[in-house]
Design a protein around this ligand. Structure first.
Ligand code: ATP
Ligand code: MG
Length: 212
């Protein structure tokens, strides 16, 4: 059985890659998938979250496993992780074309978080081009979406011009995401009945479909 590999990539910094990677890993674990997340970002934010998670959750991290590796070793680490798991989620660094390329090449699907602002949408082009060059499908996810829906619609049109497929599920601007991560958790665990948890659940399902 081969694991599906989902790479979260976006050359622009701070778009929500790590937030998404952590939340997807927990969401799929809750769906009884065997999940491993691979952190290839030298900032190691995902690994730090996982460290907190292990500390806070008394050694029972609800099935999620995070392993850190240097970008150039990502392929070998992903192959190793793929054995015995259903899903591998790779969190990749910003501004690092070589690492992003390796992580994208390994993937069945590239998930690209982007904030609904013109500069952010334009900055998505290099990541989408990498995915296209590696012939890996990409799914754009609008993150930190403000209540003003009309802006997001304009940005959707802009993203469409880049030829990107856009996820129907979006994530709003919600402190709950950061607050949960700060406790080593995901929103589905910290505030299971909140809007953020609903958004992640819908997005996780949509991404899983797109990866299959
Ligand atoms: N939907 C959201 N609502 C509110 N805050 C968010 C949301 N998504 C991300 N953030 C915040 O935005 C910041 C950047 O998020 P994150 O670290 O996940 O991005 P990143 O793409 O992994 O960054 P980097 O490129 O540095 O790796 C963090 O402070 C995070 O808490
Ligand atoms: Mg990150």
């Amino acid at each position: 059985m081969t694991a599906k590999i989902i790479t979260v990539a976006q050359q622009k910094g701070g778009a929500g890659k790590t937030t998404l990677a952590a939340h997807l890993a927990v969401a799929y674990t809750a769906m009884n998938k065997r999940v491993v997340a691979v952190d290839i970002d030298p900032q190691q934010s995902l690994s730090r979250w996982y460290g907190l998670r292990l500390d806070r959750m008394d050694g029972t991290p609800a099935g999620v496993l995070v392993s850190a590796t240097e970008g150039w070793r990502a392929r070998a680490e992903v192959d190793r992780a793929a054995a015995g798991h259903d899903l591998v989620i790779i969190d990749s660094p910003p501004h690092a074309e070589t690492e992003a390329r390796i992580a994208i090449r390994a993937a069945d699907l590239v998930v690209v978080p982007v904030q609904p602002s013109p500069m952010d949408v334009w900055a998505t082009r290099p990541t989408l081009e990498l995915a296209a060059a590696e012939k890996v499908p990409a799914l754009l996810v609008f993150n930190r979406v403000p209540a003003r829906a009309n802006l997001t619609e304009a940005m959707e049109a802009e993203a469409g011009q880049l030829g990107a497929r856009i996820a129907r599920a979006r994530l709003g601007t919600r402190v709950a995401f950061a607050a949960a991560l700060a406790e080593g958790k995901a929103v589905g665990e910290a505030q299971p009945s909140g809007r953020a948890a609903q958004e992640i659940a819908a997005l996780a399902k949509e991404i899983l479909k797109a990866a299959n």
